[in-house]
Design a protein around this ligand. Structure first.
Ligand SMILES: NC(=O)c1ccc[n+]([C@@H]2O[C@H](COP(=O)([O-])OP(=O)(O)OC[C@H]3O[C@@H](n4cnc5c(N)ncnc54)[C@H](OP(=O)(O)O)[C@@H]3O)[C@@H](O)[C@H]2O)c1
Length: 306
């Protein structure tokens, strides 16, 4: 069995070493133009040339949860695409989102500003039931994040494409429930995949429906958010703050207004990192299951876009 590795922005060698150790029966090598045909590929945002040359692939294993970069390519109709399921990302996402929600709820952002001015000033505690958190996307990551938020007793709402049921979470599904979901949320957490249906979904119309003084936490993809609409709603005071981990252009260009905006906190796409060891173990297990003809978790529905 031949496995080819083609991940942009990743050092190949440690992955090759890890994949060879996990799959000693396989020949694992890094792809280069003109490389021999492989049976399976381990990929992250490969170039179109990779897909055009590797016509014999049975499956591509994406080293992340989001497959939007892969689905932009012209892919052969027969190819199976498999995404990472959690592989250590869900707990990181839960940490990141809980940290951001708690920071806003407890007003640690305001205390930081006070302390920087040498001010010892107590603020009136906020009421938890007036701080409902809406989680867009109740998949592998959204579900874990919702459970973590429940641990802190925040009222949690969730929105997905198909109906879901999660203990302690008010679940909404589909476009018809979207307005109700938004208007009942004080904090909006985006954990949707980027698809034709979800691109630009965080825009002036939708964000205006959030409760006044709302907060936005975008940890999914930059193209979900219309940047200028967010800035206008922060400047009008309808939104109180935003924590952004993902951007339309990454790295975020130096001149982008998000960098210096007092109500925006940015991080460099680090909310849930691909962990190499966990990912290699999961991908190796899936390749073996695939070869045995067993069902493989995390198969992407290309038509649906995630
Ligand atoms: N910032 C980072 O470091 C980072 C790291 C990893 C992932 N991500 C992003 O997080 C995203 C989510 O990951 P995941 O593993 O949780 O994905 P997932 O398991 O595929 O879950 C996606 C969820 O979104 C819902 N959804 C999809 N399209 C929708 C629509 N049009 N309307 C309403 N709901 C819709 C799905 O609904 P159903 O339940 O009905 O299918 C599902 O609940 C990834 O696609 C990626 O872009 C970011």
């Amino acid at each position: 069995m031949n496995i080819t590795f083609c991940c942009t922005d990743m050092k190949a060698e440690p992955w090759l070493v890890g994949l060879r150790a996990a799959l000693p029966q396989a020949k694992v090598s890094e792809w280069h133009p003109g490389a021999p045909q492989a049976d399976h590929a381990v990929v992250w945002a490969p170039p179109q040339r990779f897909v055009d040359e590797q016509r014999g692939l049975k499956a591509m294993f994406n080293t992340g949860a989001g497959v939007d970069a892969l689905l932009k390519l012209r892919l052969p109709p027969s190819i199976q695409i498999v995404r990472l399921d959690d592989a250590g990302m869900a707990v990181q996402m839960a940490e990141y989102v809980c940290h951001a929600v708690i920071r806003y709820f407890r007003e640690f952002d305001v205390y930081d500003a006070d302390v920087a001015q040498g001010q010892w000033a107590l603020r009136k505690p906020r009421v938890r039931k007036e701080f409902p958190v809406g989680v867009m996307g109740l998949g592998v990551l959204g579900e874990r994040v919702s459970r973590a938020l429940r641990q802190f007793e925040f009222p949690v709402r969730g929105w997905s494409r198909s109906p879901r049921s999660l203990e302690g979470v008010a679940c909404y599904a589909g476009p018809s429930a979207f307005r109700t979901f938004l208007s009942s949320s004080r904090v909006l957490v985006n954990l949707l995949p980027l698809t034709l249906d979800t691109s630009n979904i965080l825009n002036h119309d939708t964000l205006s429906l959030l409760r006044p003084g709302a907060y936005v936490i975008n940890v999914a993809r930059g193209a979900h958010l219309v940047d200028d609409d967010l800035l206008a709603l922060l400047d009008s005071g309808h939104l109180a703050g935003a924590t952004l981990d993902v951007f339309r252009t990454e790295p975020l260009p130096a001149a982008h207004p998000f960098w210096a905006h007092p109500k925006i906190t940015i991080t460099p796409h680090t909310s849930a990192r691909t962990l190499r060891e966990e990912s290699i173990a999961q991908i190796a297990g899936k390749i073996l299951a695939f070869e045995r003809g067993e069902p493989v978790g995390g198969l992407v529905d290309v038509a649906r876009g995630y």
